[in-house]
Design a protein around this ligand. Structure first.
Ligand code: GN1
Ligand code: MG
Length: 358
């Protein structure tokens, strides 16, 4: 951990670093909690930004700065909407990156990029939530989008076509035709099922081309564990702003449900654990519609059930493409991990499809 301590020392921090320990469940960046002397709780969060995936780190930091500045500015007028004890936006401010000694806000280290943020004290993350917490989460993500609806400074598309399902299907087709590591034959069943639904699942992109569906500023990674709660269940803040960019509102709505309404794990090896929980779905939808009140178009509201299907579908496509490509994108813990993830996401999709198709 000495190297990591050296890296932390490049930032302007208070106190001497005593320990740096791995943290979190992220599949892309490496995250650590940092301890300093005279304090037994973590003081900072250190992250290595995966710049193979986030190739334009300056754009990434610029997006985050625009968003947090805007929220901070509006916070002064809108804080009353937050009945949480400490207020969402205050913590938004605290998680803005700290300055480094030398460069501005990202510590470069031979092609590696490091970022240090305050650890939000007494915060808790969950991998699973109750209907009550889902309602709160829906409201918070909805308000997050509402507050950003008048951000006029354009944000960069940090990963182009990130949630464009037509593009993700093309990547899957390319992976299949290359078949780099000879895995296509064993996954043919999933490929057939996916492509059978291509027309229905690419609806969003068609509506966009017809000028009927707008792009908004979205978080684009609204997994349950990207929201910090306090002990009483109040939302403290929304974290992991790396993928904040223009997208359909479907992104934030759908990706939350993909994780929260799943009764099993994202990579559950036991498919019998997986179901789509309608209580969570209804509670989150109620909160989300309240949080976005006044700015969602009818076409966005009408297609929320489509969004709930789109994200397990898209995640299946992405995990499967990575499996076929030989596991180059997502961190894996064992060789078949991306296949297990594919099967688990597909089971979730099937369950959601059965429950949400009229
Ligand atoms: C990745 O930030 P992290 O590791 O939680 C991914 C998301 C996927 C998710 C699947 C930049 O998120 O899009 O939905 O894994 N982020 C990126 O768990 O690809
Ligand atoms: Mg994350």
């Amino acid at each position: 951990m000495n190297d990591l301590k050296d890296i932390v020392s490049k930032f302007e921090i208070a106190g001497k670093v005593t320990d740096v320990k791995p943290m979190g469940e992220g599949l892309i960046n490496d995250t650590y909690k940092v301890f300093v002397e005279h304090c037994d709780k973590p003081r900072y969060v250190l992250q290595r930004i995966n710049n193979a995936i986030f190739q334009d780190v300056d754009m990434l930091m610029d997006n985050i700065n625009k968003v947090t500045t805007h929220l901070r500015k509006k916070g002064k007028e809108t804080l009353r909407f937050y009945n949480t004890k400490r207020g969402n936006l205050y913590y938004m401010e605290e998680i803005s990156p700290l300055p480094t000694v030398g460069r501005n806000d990202v510590g470069g280290d031979g092609g590696k990029y490091w970022r240090l943020m305050d650890f939000v004290p007494d915060s808790i993350t969950y991998q699973a939530v109750t209907p009550e917490y889902s309602y709160i989460a829906g409201k918070s993500f909805g308000e997050f989008e509402s507050l950003l609806a008048d951000l006029y400074q354009p944000l960069g598309e940090i990963i182009p076509d990130f949630h464009n399902i037509e593009f993700r299907l093309k990547q899957l087709r390319d992976a299949v035709s290359e078949d780099r590591v000879g895995r296509v034959a064993e996954v043919q069943y999933y490929l057939d099922e996916i492509f059978k639904r291509e027309e229905k699942m690419t609806l969003g992109e068609r509506l966009f081309r017809e000028g009927k569906l707008p792009k908004r500023v979205c978080h684009c990674d609204t997994k349950v564990n990207n929201m910090l709660f306090d002990k009483e269940g109040n939302v403290l803040c929304i974290i992991d702003l790396d993928t904040v960019m223009p997208s359909f509102v479907f992104s934030d709505y759908g990706d939350f449900l993909r994780t929260a309404a799943n009764t099993g794990a994202e990579d559950d090896p036991n498919l019998d654990n997986i179901d789509f929980n309608m209580e969570i779905y209804n509670a989150f939808t109620k909160g989300y519609l309240e949080g976005t009140k006044g700015f969602l178009l009818p076409i966005e509201k009408e297609n929320l059930p489509y969004a709930a299907l789109l994200f397990p579908y898209m995640q299946t496509v992405r995990f499967l493409a990575d499996y076929i490509n030989g596991d180059t994108y997502y961190k894996i813990k064992y060789p078949e991990h991306n296949l297990v993830r594919t099967k688990a996401q597909w089971r979730l999709f099937e369950r959601a499809e059965a429950k949400l198709t009229p």
